[in-house]
Design a protein around this ligand. Structure first.
Ligand code: TXA
Ligand code: MG
Length: 350
């Protein structure tokens, strides 16, 4: 095990993080959505190391991060819709899936060998400064072990990946708290592959109708085909999660939204006033906290109060359904993935 350094997001810390990335090291950094586990996207070995550190199945493609839209569109083919969305929402919590340009220098492993690439410009000053300093795209999935809840603080990152990566750039708390919305623009009608920090309504206001989102149940049915990263239990705490709770038992931990149900031994309030933005920002921290506290107190599970399925509630419910999905029905725990599979053939040949 190596020591993972905690770097402050000041000019010296950002310069050091950039230096490490250019040397092929892994550095986690905060964005407005969640912390990303960054690697130089043009370096096959560095990208392979991401999969290894996360214990992620190798077929899952990663998002490449850029400091601005011009840098993005030098690597992928943009049409009018992509340019309009970029103008409206970048920097921000929107990832676009677009065809790679023929001369795109991003490692094939980062895109899992697909002809498309997922790209975005994060809305966080320190992250943008880091991307500018690196001068290359940075591939970054959420900075958690595969199958765990995404991190929204530097401490969360260290919980899961401490000792496995070179450094974490401490960018404070992620204000959106949910991953970006992933929109596929590589086909005819745009398709929302993953609901996230930007609502469907706001996307549709720019590009018109967006194809049906994929629910966790549909993903389970068509697992791995279109967007292999969308495995159902992608965001799972270790305590079982029960959704749509209208009552809570005294041996359950409660994730509350609005006026809390009475009777729970331990409660985490997403938003007392029923604000979906506040609830989104607090969701992953709440799941982590209840998992730890509930586990410590011997609770048998986490009960989740209903969250309205509108606006950011759509993305919140998507993550909650994944958190509630049975582990056995999706990916094996990291420890069960043999080293070769955890790294993938692309990694050893890189
Ligand atoms: O907010 C976010 O998006 C965070 C921060 C760090 O930027 N990143 C993140 O990355 O959530 P990750 O790797 O956990 O999720 C990437 C998602 C996966 O669902 C993956 O399947 C999908 O994007 N994806 C990536 N490339 C794709 C492609 N070429 N076609 C379809 N889906 C793709
Ligand atoms: Mg993730």
């Amino acid at each position: 095990m190596r020591q993972t350094r905690l770097l402050q997001a000041d000019p010296a810390g950002i310069a050091e993080a950039a230096r490490l990335l250019l040397e092929g090291e892994l550095v986690a950094f905060g964005t407005e959505t969640v912390y990303g586990l960054g690697a130089d996207a043009t370096n096959d070995r560095a990208v392979a190391a991401i999969f290894q550190a996360k214990g992620r199945p190798h077929f899952n493609p990663l998002i490449c991060h850029y400091p601005d839209a011009d840098a993005v569109f030098a690597h992928v083919e943009a049409d009018d819709r992509a340019r309009a969305l970029a103008a409206a929402f970048w920097p921000g919590p929107l990832t676009l899936v677009l065809p790679r340009r023929a001369d795109c220098p991003v490692a094939l492993l980062a895109g899992a060998g697909l002809e498309t690439l997922a790209v975005r410009v994060p809305d966080r000053a320190a992250a943008l400064a880091l991307l500018r300093a690196v001068g290359r795209p940075v591939a970054a999935p959420s900075a958690n072990r595969s199958g765990q809840v995404s991190p929204t603080t530097a401490a969360h990152v260290l919980d899961g990946l401490g000792g496995r990566i070179a450094a974490v750039l401490d960018c404070g708390v992620c204000e959106v708290g949910l991953e970006s919305s992933v929109l596929d623009l590589a086909g005819g009608t745009p398709v929302l592959l993953r609901p996230g920090g930007l609502t469907r309504e706001r996307i549709e206001a720019v590009v018109g109708r967006v194809g049906a989102g994929i629910t966790p149940a549909q993903v389970e049915a068509a697992r791995g085909l279109r967007s292999p990263g969308l495995l159902v239990s992608h965001y799972a705490p270790s305590l079982p999660v029960r959704l749509e709770a209208h009552q809570v038992a005294d041996d359950e931990a409660l994730l509350a939204f609005g006026l809390p149900l009475s009777g729970a031994a331990v409660t985490f309030q997403l938003s007392a006033g029923g604000d979906l933005g506040e609830a989104a920002a607090r969701l992953f921290a709440g799941l982590r906290w209840l998992d730890a506290e509930g586990g410590r107190l011997g609770m048998r599970g986490i009960a989740v109060m209903p969250v309205p399925d509108q606006d950011l509630g759509v993305a919140i419910n998507d993550r909650l359904q994944r958190a509630a999905a049975p582990r056995s029905a999706s990916i094996p725990p990291a420890a069960a993935i043999p080293p070769a599979a955890a790294t993938g053939p692309g990694a050893t040949s890189a």
